[in-house]
Each structure stands twice: as C-alpha cells, then as structure tokens.
Design a protein around this ligand. Structure first.
Ligand SMILES: Nc1nc2c(ncn2[C@@H]2O[C@H](COP(=O)(O)OP(=O)(O)O)[C@@H](O)[C@H]2O)c(=O)[nH]1
Ligand SMILES: [Mg+2]
Length: 199
C-alpha cells in the first residue's frame, strides 16, 4: 500500500453529517492523547494532516480524510479525559455509538492503546463493547518508543492476559510508534488486505 494522496474532507458533529457512506472507511479510536492524530500522520506521511495536540481532550468532531481518492481514514474524538463532565461523556458515547451503528461503509476500526500503561478500565470496556457488538477491530499499541523493552513486554503481556480472560484468542494487534515509524508497513499492509476484501 502506498498512500499517494491524503486530504482532509470535513469535521462532522454526528454520523448524519459525515460524507456520504459510499467509500470504504477505517476508524481510529482511543483515549485522548493516545496518539491517534500522530498515527494518521505517520501512515499518510503528512505531518500536518491530522492536528496533533499537546492538550488532551480537544477534538470533539469526527474527522474524515480521503486517501488515494478511494477510501477514508476517520479520526474519532478521544475518550477518557479525566476532567470531562458526565454530560460530555454521555454526548461522546451517543455520537460514537450512533456512528458505529450507522456507518455501513465502515470496514475496520483500529483501537489505539498507549503501550506505556498496563490495561486501563475504559480501554478494556471499549474492546469488550466491540466484541459484544460483533464489530471488527485491530488493536494498535502506540508510543512504543517510550517505555523500555522490559516495560513494553510487561504491558503487552498484561493486555494479552487480561483479554484472554474473555477472548478465546487475543485480538489482532500491532505495536507502533509514530516517532520511529514502527508498525507503519504492517498497518498499511493490513489496510491493503481489508480493501481487497471489500472490492
Ligand atoms: N514519543 C512519542 N510521542 C508520541 C507518539 N505519538 C504521539 N505522541 C505525542 O503524544 C501527544 C498526543 O498525540 P496526538 O497524536 O495529538 O494524540 P490524539 O489525542 O490521540 O490525537 C503529542 O504530544 C504527540 O507528539 C509516539 O509514537 N511516540
Ligand atoms: Mg487527535
């Protein structure tokens, strides 16, 4: 897979206002600050495509990027921002769940997990929700350049062990770093496979 063209299409406050669901699309979801925008920039090779924010919790819109004029990458608003109100959290949930319930062109969702941490409750909840809903997803561990090798292995194993409590097999996962481009080829190859499967 080579991304030759990547352009921002629009930011939408809900699924109804998203671009027409005519092209295959891939969503990226995860906690605020997990590295979603950085990963989208890494994959597309465009540094300033998705805005990278040092301040977590800012993006509250569904951002569509058109890739190679033929499919979409979608940067979804982040969750788990500690300071958010109950009302904001409920609004986020409604927006996200409506998006997943209605976006029939969605091929796969990448759930981003910060590799610096042990399993976190709201990440696990999201993964369980995907499982229960029967929605396809792949885990992307982010910022793998940050922890040392020992911490990284420990955190990955901890995730695997926790997920194996409710999954027969651990979900497909890829270890990435937007700082070193680790995982870039793997994710792009996977996108290729998904696109072939829907053509
Ligand atoms: N070291 C390192 N920092 C990263 C990586 N990915 C993102 N960051 C940093 O983490 C912060 C949040 O990244 P951003 O992409 O805006 O996260 P988002 O809120 O999930 O979109 C920024 O300061 C990024 O520079 C990575 O792979 N390695
Ligand atoms: Mg972002």
């Amino acid at each position: 897979m080579e991304i030759t063209e990547a352009k921002f299409v629009k930011s939408s406050p809900n699924h109804r206002l998203c671009p027409e669901a005519k092209l295959p699309e891939f969503a990226f979801i995860g906690r605020s600050n997990v590295g979603k925008s950085s990963l989208i920039n890494m994959l597309t090779g465009r540094k300033g495509l998705a805005k990278i924010s040092g301040t977590p919790g800012k993006t509250t819109l569904i951002n569509h990027f058109l890739i190679n004029e033929s499919w979409y990458l979608v940067d979804l608003p982040g969750y788990g921002f500690a300071k958010t109100s109950k009302k904001n959290r409920e609004a986020w949930e409604k927006m996200i769940f409506d998006y997943f319930a209605n976006r029939e062109n969605l091929v796969n969702t990448f759930i981003l997990i910060d590799s610096r941490h042990k399993p976190l409750a709201n990440d696990l909840e999201l993964i369980e929700w995907f499982g229960e809903s029967g929605l396809p997803f792949v885990l992307l561990f982010t910022k793998s350049d940050k922890p040392n090798q020992k911490e990284l292995s420990r955190n990955l194993k901890s995730y695997r062990d926790t997920l194996l409590e409710s999954w027969e097999e651990p979900p497909l996962s890829i270890v990435t770093s937007s700082a070193t481009n680790k995982g870039k080829e793997e994710v792009l190859n996977l996108l290729d496979q998904f696109l072939e499967s829907v053509q």
